[in-house]
Design a protein around this ligand. Structure first.
Ligand code: ZN
Ligand code: ZN
Length: 175
């Protein structure tokens, strides 16, 4: 979804938008993400000169695969967004701005008088995702030997030696 800077009056503009599967490009993420319901964005855009500030909130219901057992599970993400944009002008100016980025509010840039809100929504969701996606806190994962999902089935592999190192054989061969 594109926001046209010219459409934002000095008094600010309410923005509510929904983002479906087609609106968001997950290309840069290696996690497979399925959108169960359109992601809801609600917020307001403010303009001061050429600077644009967008405050908002997103709600997403997603389906992702558990990192341990690979089973898909549903996950909700809610997050506040505070986005500060300046127009991208000449290259030198951009470099100057990058020095300021150590400050709390990161400066984003817009081009051609347009702000691509879809990209910001996608990036926020990727940032909000935990590093380890687990279907449940104590997911048992898959058995390294026979591959059964140990949340659903038990296997006898583990009884052999509970703390056998799966890399043991590998290291022995190296010696
Ligand atoms: Zn799991
Ligand atoms: Zn097993």
């Amino acid at each position: 979804m594109l926001i046209h800077v010219k459409d934002i009056p000095s008094s600010g503009k309410e923005i509510s938008a929904q983002f479906g599967e087609k609106d968001l490009d997950w290309g840069s993420s290696d996690t497979e993400i399925e959108i169960l319901r359109p992601i809801i964005f609600q917020g307001k855009a403010f303009k001061s000169g050429e600077d644009i500030l967008i405050n908002g909130h997103i709600q997403a219901e997603l389906k992702v695969a558990c990192h341990r057992c690979l089973e898909p599970f549903e996950m909700n993400i809610e997050s506040d967004l505070d986005l500060f944009f300046q127009p991208l002008t000449s290259k030198e100016e951009k470099e100057d701005l990058e020095d300021v980025s150590s400050e709390e509010l990161e400066i984003l840039h817009y081009q051609d008088n347009q702000i691509n809100l879809s990209e910001e929504v996608r990036d926020t969701i990727i940032l909000e995702m935990p590093m380890r996606l687990l279907c449940q806190k104590d997911c048992q994962g898959l058995c390294l030997k026979c591959g059964v999902n140990r949340n659903l089935e038990s296997c006898s592999c583990l009884q052999e030696k509970s703390k056998s190192n799966p890399f043991k054989e590998f290291f022995q061969k190296q010696e």
